[in-house]
Design a binder for this molecule. Structure first.
Ligand code: DHB
Ligand code: MG
Length: 222
């Protein structure tokens, strides 16, 4: 039996992506554009991007909110899921990231369904109050604000909506009670909120592979 080394996890993840996700010119171009622009390569793994797409389709999501656009990789997966007439609103704090994402999303042919809102999410989210409720919210931004974003996700979603919170594993550091890294404490605070706040019914999946050891939480708005 193969050893469960990081290298074997990575190779297995690549096999899963090759077998189940396959090559995708628009997504590959988005990643190249992101890399060329010097953005960090912290987008979701291909298998996780496809998971976002499938969960959105399985739940019939037509209106999606993304917090943290980066270079638009996950945005394209979500925009494909909502279909024609659907909408993705994606919030990005960095104008440079938003410009890279805009070009890639347009090149992917889903630009008409994606609105990128440039600004800090804590400033942009209150402006969405009163708009139609969201069917799915994907939170993938500064981890120290996870509980603030989860609160907004609950307020802006319809009952039965889905919330997905990225990066809940952080190389296992969430178990380390001495951890002071705000990305780790933010992940843990988000998980605690998902466990305790009655507006959510949640679980989490650890992931390991091309993006290392991490994971995502998924919640139903009840
Ligand atoms: C980081 C952020 C992410 O959203 C991610 O998927 C991986 C890493 C980070 O800030 O380190
Ligand atoms: Mg992430």
């Amino acid at each position: 039996m193969a050893e469960p080394t990081a290298e074997n996890w990575r190779r297995t993840d690549e096999f899963l992506a090759d077998t189940l996700v396959g090559q995708d010119a628009a997504l590959d171009a988005a990643l190249s554009a992101q890399r060329e622009a010097g953005l960090p390569d912290i987008e979701v793994a291909p298998v996780s991007g496809k998971l976002l797409n499938l969960v959105a389709r399985m739940s019939g999501a037509r209106r999606v909110l993304e917090i943290g656009t980066l270079g638009g990789y996950s945005t394209i997966w979500l925009a494909r899921a909502v279909g024609e007439g659907g909408a993705v609103i994606s919030i990005e704090a960095e104008p440079v990231n938003a410009a890279v994402a805009r070009r890639s999303i347009d090149a992917a042919g889903v630009g008409d369904r994606v609105a990128i809102r440039i600004g800090r999410a804590t400033d942009v989210l209150p402006t969405l109050e009163g708009s139609d409720p969201f069917d799915l919210v994907f939170i993938d931004a500064d981890k120290e604000s996870n509980t603030v974003y989860l609160d907004w996700a609950a307020r802006l979603s319809r009952p039965g909506g889905v919330v997905i919170l990225d990066n809940i594993g952080r190389d296992g550091e969430i178990m380390n009670s001495d951890a002071r890294d705000p990305r780790v404490t933010g992940a843990r605070d988000g998980l605690r909120m998902l466990g305790e706040d009655p507006r959510f019914d949640a679980t989490a999946l650890q992931t390991v592979g091309v993006k290392g050891w991490d994971g995502a939480a998924i919640a139903l708005i009840v």
